[in-house]
Design a protein. Structure first.
Length: 463
């Protein structure tokens, strides 16, 4: 899969870096996997994805009365000259559902900006975040050109616009027509800030995190905004209907042997079965299994559990219900069972042939030593090839196993837009804080020491 916004780059910085250190300051690459004559299994050749110049069972919940959406927000902005953008803000996805589904069918975006994904989040989670949806619909010469699913919340006196989805999105790209994306890229930072600020109304600034610099060969339309490298990156790889061909450049023979060996060991305890769950009741039960195992693992590590925040479980259960009978589910679940007992599950969403992995969890039982989660991932990738998926996305966050699969690594930026003097002060303060944290991350010894202290304190507080 060729990316027009890629270039060749050496791989050593990614593969040889200390895996304990967060990756924001490591350059991000597209990997071309191929066998080299002098290397067993082949060396990885990498291409950097960089499209723009860096500037630096659910119960339906009713939102509280003060958070219920009403009529469209009476805020709009029309650009002058040749751009012809008209932008309005809406506080309910349903108010622009026809335009949203039109862009979803014909435009460019990610699963996290699909109509039903955002609508479910607005219904179940957003009220608990004390935020108000302010979804921007932009028209270009009268036709839908983009949708930016944003919400405004207050931090102290500052009103900040952020992407809807919080910690549960991997990529915040927006939803764009190709014409709208191309036209937006011709605008300067000040013009884009003026468009966003006027449409959002009373926001002081916008913090737009985890924005891919390039997605589906489209450069980030908002790339002119000021930004800094995100503290994480996304990992994906191209699929082929021939799974054996996919494995060939990834030490496939040995990898398949290892998986079969683990399956034989688990098979000593009973029948090993991989399956895509088609019964909604089984999917809801598997989702509850994930929530339970995730909570146990995070509690053991003394880390906060974003899946336990109000409304989140209802949101994911709603995604299952909204996926019934669809060709591209918002959430589908595959499971690995041994002797009739669930040992691992993985949840994914599909959009435009992209298989987006949301989560994987396995039972901490007597079979955990045989890596049921890794075995399930292997079989799910194999099945995704058989189904004709074109891309498998393992999501954001560095994990060593991802580097053994992935030939695409998405560079992400955290972008900023300032609308008021108060917003300018807030953004300057936040950027200073990020710069300090980045300097600390670059000092490996200091970062590891702080991480050790943080983990110790978290474990003590969780007792």
């Amino acid at each position: 899969m060729h990316h027009k916004c890629s270039r060749r780059q050496d791989k050593s910085e990614l593969r040889n870096a200390d895996p304990r250190i967060p990756r924001p300051f490591l350059k991000t690459y597209r990997l071309r996997l191929g066998r080299e004559q002098h290397g067993r299994g082949g060396n990885l050749r990498m291409h950097r994805i960089s499209a723009v110049k860096r500037t630096y069972g659910a119960q339906e919940m009713t939102p509280p009365q003060e958070m219920r959406a009403s009529a469209p927000v009476k805020t709009s902005w029309q650009s002058s000259g040749s751009s012809h953008f008209e932008v309005r803000a809406f506080d309910r996805p349903s108010l622009i559902e026809p335009e949203w589904r039109q862009l979803e069918a014909t435009g460019c975006g990610t699963v996290f900006q699909r109509y039903d994904w955002v609508d479910a989040y607005v219904r179940h989670v957003l009220p608990h975040e004390n935020a108000r949806a302010s979804i921007l619909l932009g028209r270009l010469d009268g036709e839908p050109a983009f949708i930016l699913p944003l919400a405004i919340s207050k931090t102290g006196p500052v009103r900040i616009a952020r992407w809807i989805g919080g910690k549960h999105t991997s990529y915040n790209f927006g939803l764009w027509s190709r014409e709208g994306a191309a036209r937006m890229r011709t605008l300067s930072r000040s013009v884009i800030e003026r468009i966003l600020g006027k449409a959002l109304g009373n926001a002081d600034c916008a913090l737009l995190g985890q924005m891919p610099r390039c997605f589906d060969d489209i450069a980030q339309p908002l790339g002119a905004l000021s930004s800094i490298p995100c503290a994480t990156e996304g990992y994906a790889f191209a699929l082929s209907r021939d799974f054996d061909a996919l494995l060939q450049d990834r030490d496939g023979r040995n990898r398949r042997k290892r998986v079969k060996a683990k399956e034989r060991k688990m098979g000593a305890a009973g029948e090993v079965r991989y399956q895509m769950l088609l019964d909604p009741a089984e999917e809801h039960a598997a989702l509850d299994f994930f929530f339970e195992q995730k909570a146990l693992r995070l509690a053991e590590q003394g880390k906060p559990n974003s899946f336990a925040e109000p409304g989140v479980t209802a949101f994911f259960h709603d995604l299952i219900d909204r996926s019934i009978g669809t060709d591209e589910p918002l959430l589908e679940i595959a499971s690995l069972s041994v002797d009739g007992k669930t040992r691992a599950v993985t949840g994914s969403g599909i959009y435009r042939g992209h298989m987006n992995s949301y989560f994987t969890a396995f039972a901490l039982d007597e079979l955990a030593q045989h890596s049921p989660g890794n075995v399930l991932t292997f079989r799910h990738i194999e099945h995704s090839c058989e189904r004709g998926m074109t891309v498998y996305d393992l999501g954001i966050g560095y994990e060593d196993y991802k580097t053994h699969w992935c030939d695409i690594i998405h560079e992400l930026d955290d972008a900023y837009a300032v609308f008021t003097p108060l917003g300018s002060v807030a953004v300057s303060t936040m950027r200073l804080g990020e710069a300090v944290k980045d300097r600390i991350r670059r000092n490996r010894q200091l970062w590891q020491s702080l991480k050790t202290v943080k983990d110790y304190v978290s474990r003590r507080l969780s007792r």
